[in-house]
Ligand binder design. Structure first.
Ligand code: 5RP
Length: 223
């Protein structure tokens, strides 16, 4: 099967990010197809690292690759976390959670000294657009969905529960003001977490372009 440009770009970004990891570090591993390139690239470096994973999928990949996986709650902080994204805006806001793992991903990214985002070039967007993933508490779901109607349309995703038993949905309304939307969604009772990640959380973005990896600097005014 032919490998697409996007796959080449994901691999290039993932390999560049794996080079940032140093011996002895604690490393947060995100979830998704780009992270699936990161895991073997990191394992190939044969470093002594301890990894916290954001999903059962990544845990399987990491263990199979021979990486040492530890319970996240046993690691007070992480030196670095590396993860993909669905959209990266020029001002550094991200949308994450295409795989429904955004709550754990945000917890892991927030615990890291450095949060590195790895993407193929299709993920660089001029402005964020829906869907924005949501994780909702299953108990009282109907009333939470009703409260969310005041913010915008939300659709339940045809997917299983999160590893923490949350219900994964997508907010489908406008994302013109990510800061307002993030605050508003966070304030709705029953919302566990949304997939908007603020620029302050992001240390750097590594984008694959063609077969090469480039570091881009959100906040620079455009792509
Ligand atoms: C999973 C995520 C992923 O990082 C995001 O969906 C990007 O995935 P991929 O690397 O497969 O394009 O947030 O919850």
């Amino acid at each position: 099967m032919a490998v697409t440009t996007a796959e080449h770009e994901k691999r290039a970004a993932a390999q560049a990010a794996a080079e940032l990891v140093e011996d002895g570090m604690s490393v947060g591993l995100g979830t998704g197809t780009t992270v699936a390139y990161l895991v073997p690239a990191l394992a190939a470096r044969s470093l002594d690292v301890r990894c916290a994973v954001t999903s059962p999928r990544t845990e399987v990949l990491a263990r199979e690759a021979g990486l040492r996986v530890e319970r996240f709650s046993s690691l007070l902080h992480l030196d670095i976390a590396i993860d993909g994204a669905d959209e990266v805006a020029p001002d550094g806001w991200l949308v994450k959670g295409g795989g429904g793992a955004h709550t754990r991903e945000k917890l892991v990214a927030s615990a890291a000294d450095r949060f590195v985002v790895i993407v193929d070039s299709s993920k660089l967007v001029r402005a964020l657009r829906p869907p924005v993933p949501l994780e909702l508490v299953a108990f009282g779901l109907a009333s939470t969905l009703r409260r969310l109607e005041a913010v915008g349309p939300v659709r339940r995703r045809d997917a299983g529960r999160s590893p923490d038993h949350g219900v994964i949905c997508d907010y489908l309304g406008a994302v013109d003001d990510p800061q307002w939307l993030a605050r508003t969604l966070r304030g709705v009772l029953g919302v566990v977490e949304h997939g908007l990640f603020p620029p302050e959380m992001v240390s750097e973005v590594i984008v694959g372009r063609g077969g090469r990896a480039e570091r881009v600097h959100p906040g620079g005014g455009g792509w």
